[in-house]
Design a protein around this ligand. Structure first.
Ligand code: ZN
Length: 144
């Protein structure tokens, strides 16, 4: 069982990401751009990325929404810089498992995004947490 203290720490770290999101800017000359909306919460997410061959050299986001969607986009864009398409797809899959409460996920790989594991207890927030990840996933599919 996770301790209350750890849960509070995670909450603080999520707040930090949503208050000071990383990579929240417009990307010039993006390779791909995907806009997704989460009607149940009202989150609007725009993911932009640059590919050099199969490497994600830059991943940025724009949009507005709840703290979880913004924090998750900040964590996701930070995690994906410099990753290959295959690595990115694998990480996206691992993150989906994490927020569904699968304990077998290699949490080290997901870096700050592990702070979002608590949303598995709140099914209505899972879509908030995965919105930016779905957007990147869709964008990478369009590149194939
Ligand atoms: Zn939301």
């Amino acid at each position: 069982m996770r301790s209350k203290r750890l849960e509070m720490l995670y909450r603080t770290l999520i707040k930090e990401h949503s208050n000071n999101p990383k990579n929240k800017r417009t990307l010039e000359n993006a390779t791909g751009e995907i806009e997704l909306f989460n009607p149940s919460c009202g989150d609007l997410m725009i993911i932009q990325f640059k590919l050099d061959h199969d490497i994600l050299t830059e991943v940025c986001f724009e949009g507005q929404g709840c703290a979880i969607s913004m924090a998750s986009a900040s964590m996701m864009t930070e995690l994906m810089q410099g990753k290959s398409i295959n690595e990115a797809k694998d990480l996206i899959g691992q993150f989906y498992q994490l927020v569904q409460g699968n304990k077998e996920v290699d949490t080290k790989l997901l870096k700050d995004a592990v702070y979002l594991e608590g949303v598995s207890k709140f099914p209505t927030r899972i879509r908030c947490a995965t919105l930016s990840w779905h957007a990147l996933e869709q964008g990478l599919k369009e590149q194939e």
